[in-house]
Design a protein around this ligand. Structure first.
Ligand code: GLP
Length: 234
């Protein structure tokens, strides 16, 4: 695993944006896997500033809540529209449909779409405090494909800051599975901020354990961990 360390959030965000822009320079019709959360917001701002053109690319988001409409202000569709898609030229932007009548079929459909597009060239990931990637909570089998999850209480609490109350935070989501994520050709794991200290330290210990989903990334041959605002020893 390659490890790039940044200090300030601007440097962190710019470095992340450059990794994406390099990929698009190599292959304008890349298939990009995108993430939500506070961490990648600065990266999206940098991409907008640099007039990134995704018109030939296809994007797949990692996850989406179940039980809120796609135009709900806190849906991940809204997040992506607000923080990136509305501001740039985009091609196809795919996000799991958390309102689908049959969620199992929706998960299968999403997997098929990824396959049809030849898999993901570059996947961006954030890191949950408990090591989750996408919404794959601790204990999720490493062999999982896109599936419906019950969100951990800690995850719901962490995300409650975006809703009026904890009650409003959805209890379920659709997420790409761990195996789906691991099939991406290249992965960037973004970790920023003191509150991620424990998670990043555990990540760097190197032990691969289903109780800490992100640890599987040690078994991928092309991962860049980009950390910032945390103390790291190696
Ligand atoms: C959320 C998302 C993840 C994200 C993570 C960290 O629950 N489902 O995809 O990476 O939590 O979010 P943040 O960057 O806000 O810490």
């Amino acid at each position: 695993m390659r490890h790039i360390k940044a200090n300030r959030y601007d440097d962190f965000s710019l470095t992340a944006a450059e990794l994406i822009m390099n990929q698009l320079k190599k292959k304008p019709n890349s298939t990009l896997g995108l993430a939500t959360g506070s961490t990648p917001k600065g990266m999206y701002e940098q991409l907008i500033k640099r007039l990134i053109d995704l018109s030939k690319a296809v994007t797949f988001n990692l996850d989406e809540y179940v039980g809120i409409a796609s135009d709900h202000p806190q849906s991940y569709r809204s997040f992506m529209e607000d923080n990136l898609f509305q501001h740039i030229r985009v091609g196809q932007t795919l996000i799991p449909d958390g309102e689908a009548a049959n969620l199992t079929l929706e998960c299968e459909r999403y997997e098929q779409l990824i396959k049809q597009h030849g898999g993901i060239d570059l996947q961006v990931l954030g890191l949950g405090h408990n090591g989750h990637i996408g919404f794959n909570e601790p204990g999720t089998p490493f062999s999982s494909r896109t599936h419906v999850v019950d969100l951990a209480e800690t995850t719901r609490k962490a995300n409650a800051r975006f809703f009026n109350s904890l009650d409003e935070v959805p209890k379920k989501a659709i997420t790409m599975g761990i195996e789906t994520i691991m099939e991406a050709e290249q992965i960037i794991l973004l970790v920023y901020g003191e509150d991620k200290q424990e998670a990043v330290s555990r990540m760097l210990q190197g032990e691969v354990d289903e109780q800490f989903p992100a640890s599987i990334l040690h078994e991928h041959s092309n991962v860049t961990l980009l950390s910032g605002g945390v103390k790291v020893l190696n």
